[in-house]
Design a protein around this ligand. Structure first.
Ligand code: ZN
Ligand code: ZN
Length: 190
């Protein structure tokens, strides 16, 4: 038993126990688990909803230097369509692979290492998921987006939709705009 206290919480869904591998190169173990997504699997307009059901399917393989984790994460996504801004849903499936060393490597001090018999998938999964989030999510590949004239959804407005340049609503907006030549009445020289 290790003398130092474990940093990792073995009950966390992101923490895997490698004890069964016995540090025998070639031994393998398969892990499947389902857990609630953390809140930080997100970008501005697209995210895995916090607590949404995430499926992890991973293989732990003992190698000379440590434990190699190879797996797949699947999670639901919600996003605002990049063209029409409507909320849209999708599923994300990401492959992950990482070697967790038994010892801190002098060549790569940032590389993840085991904590006793445990390894922590938190950073591996978050980095892989966030990198795989679509930067320009669409509700459908051919989403026509919004009308530049009125901001309405073109998909709902129909093919014949267009704007006359003399649309009276535009004239009203023009009249509401402040007149830039009006002097600021509160301004005084000192
Ligand atoms: Zn759309
Ligand atoms: Zn329009």
């Amino acid at each position: 038993m290790s003398a130092r206290a474990l940093r990792l919480d073995p009950r966390s869904p992101f923490v895997l126990d490698t004890r069964e591998l016995g540090r025998r190169p070639g031994s393998m173990r398969h892990v499947r688990r389902t857990f609630g997504a953390p809140a930080d699997w997100a970008l501005d307009i697209v995210r895995v909803p916090a607590d949404a059901e995430v499926d992890l399917d991973a293989r732990l393989e003992s190698v000379m230097e440590g434990v190699l984790v190879t797996g797949t994460v699947e999670a639901p996504l919600i996003a605002d369509c990049g063209r029409c801004l409507e909320p849209t849903t999708d599923r994300l499936r990401v492959d992950v692979q990482e070697l967790y060393g038994y010892e801190r490597s002098p060549d790569d001090p940032e590389a993840p290492i085991l904590d006793g018999d445990f390894l922590d998938l938190t950073d591996l999964l978050r980095d892989a998921v966030v990198l795989a989030l679509p930067l320009n999510p669409l509700c459908s590949e051919d989403c026509p987006g919004l009308c530049a004239g009125c901001g309405g959804k073109l998909a709902d407005l129909g093919d014949g939709h267009s704007h006359d340049i003399l649309d009276p609503r535009w004239a009203t907006l023009g009249a509401l705009a402040p007149n830039p030549s009006t002097p600021n009445p509160s301004h005084t020289e000192s």
